[in-house]
Ligand binder design. Structure first.
Ligand code: OGA
Ligand code: NI
Length: 361
């Protein structure tokens, strides 16, 4: 934390979107109505059938070099073309994935008094929350969430994880362990695809001393889904995100040029995306991509976003092997702590934040 800075708090009383949803019959409060340019389009389009790539990871780094190389190529293509892809055969048990999602769904269905014990503040964002950013009068998103730290160990605090449902801590402990392993393999794949030794990207994150946190998103039903968003357009500030989407209800949209592609989740797949810190480390060979979430009038949606981040107090800048006279460094060094502070004051804003980092030239 920066010293001598006033500690922010929420600028207005917090309203739980879930309570609003239970009380709104056919309208939504003005605070949630987006300007017309940001609203989801309800017209069907030529892109309705498009989807992000689905990559089968079975055989990645296995005995058959040709299979492994083919998977690496698919990952490389997906990182460059989309910044987003789904992975299947990733080694995490489908049962654990379902358990994790359903345990968190149960949390959001606990009585409000129980959830309020974990009400968060913008000092750390840990706990039960309903907004990002502290700008007074901001237009808000149609969602509640729960945010917690898994790594580094000194930040992992069970008191800030829900005590109920009773299985929550145990299930998420195991889920976190599996996801850290999977992210480690993907980091190796990205490093090789960047033409580097397999450990270099991970080393750029601080080696084993990485950070990891979870944001569980709860998108309640919304009587006017055409006027609002569950989560406004943003790129993820961290390193790499592993999203476990709802198994029944779609909602995530990824920006492709000027279109929004609605992701069709494959069964028991994770949705992987590149965050701003990999954009910086790769000197923009890989770019973080804007995405947002739409809501609907008849089904709630739950998703688990697991963020795999660099160690938070080391300088993050383009990897030196990727900086050449032809491709000079695009970004000055900044720690992830500094970057996150900057994001957290302002809330989701497309890609303006990582773009604003660019060195003046
Ligand atoms: C996020 C996010 C997408 C979703 O939490 O950063 O982009 O589908 N979530 O909930
Ligand atoms: Ni995101």
């Amino acid at each position: 934390m920066l010293k001598n800075q006033p500690q922010p708090d929420w600028p207005e009383p917090i309203v739980r979107v879930q309570s609003l949803s239970e009380n709104c019959i056919d309208s939504i409060p003005e605070r949630y109505i987006k300007p017309s340019t940001d609203r989801p389009s309800i017209r069907s389009s030529n892109f309705d059938d498009a989807n992000i790539p689905i990559i089968d990871l079975g055989g990645l780094f296995g005995a058959d070099q040709r299979v492994s190389d083919s998977i690496l190529r698919q990952i490389s293509e997906a990182c460059k073309e989309w910044g987003f892809f789904q992975v299947t055969n990733h080694g995490v048990s489908p049962d654990l994935m379902d358990k994790a999602r359903e345990t968190w769904r149960q949390f959001f269905h606990m009585p409000m008094e129980v959830k309020q014990q974990y009400a968060n503040s913008p000092k750390t964002y840990e706990g039960y929350g309903s907004r990002l950013g502290i700008e007074k009068g901001a237009i808000l998103d149609w969602s509640d969430y729960y945010f917690l730290h898994y790594l580094p160990l000194p930040l992992k605090d069970y008191n800030k994880w829900p005590a109920s449902p009773p299985s929550c801590r145990k299930v998420f402990d195991e889920y976190g362990r599996e996801l850290v392993k999977l992210c480690g393999r993907l980091m190796k794949a990205l490093s090789i695809n960047l033409g580097l030794d397999e450990k270099i990207l991970q080393n750029g994150f601080g080696g084993e001393d990485i950070g990891a946190c979870l944001r569980v998103n709860f998108y309640p039903k919304c009587p006017r889904p055409e006027l609002t968003l569950g989560l406004s357009s943003h790129s993820d500030p961290g390193g790499m995100t592993m999203l476990l989407p709802d198994d029944q209800v779609p909602g995530l949209q990824v920006r492709k040029c000027d279109n929004w592609i609605t992701v069709k989740p494959a069964r028991h797949a994770f949705i992987v995306n590149i965050g701003d810190q990999i954009q910086v480390l790769s000197n923009a060979i890989y770019k973080s991509v804007e995405h947002r979430v739409i809501v609907n009038s008849d089904k709630e949606r739950v998703s688990l976003a697991f963020f795999y981040n660099p160690k938070s107090d080391i300088p993050i800048e383009p990897i030196k092997e990727l900086v050449t006279p032809e491709k000079p460094s695009l970004y000055p060094a900044m720690t992830f702590d500094e970057y996150r502070l900057f994001i957290r004051m302002r809330g989701p804003r497309g890609k303006s934040q990582v773009e604003s980092l660019k060195s003046p030239r």
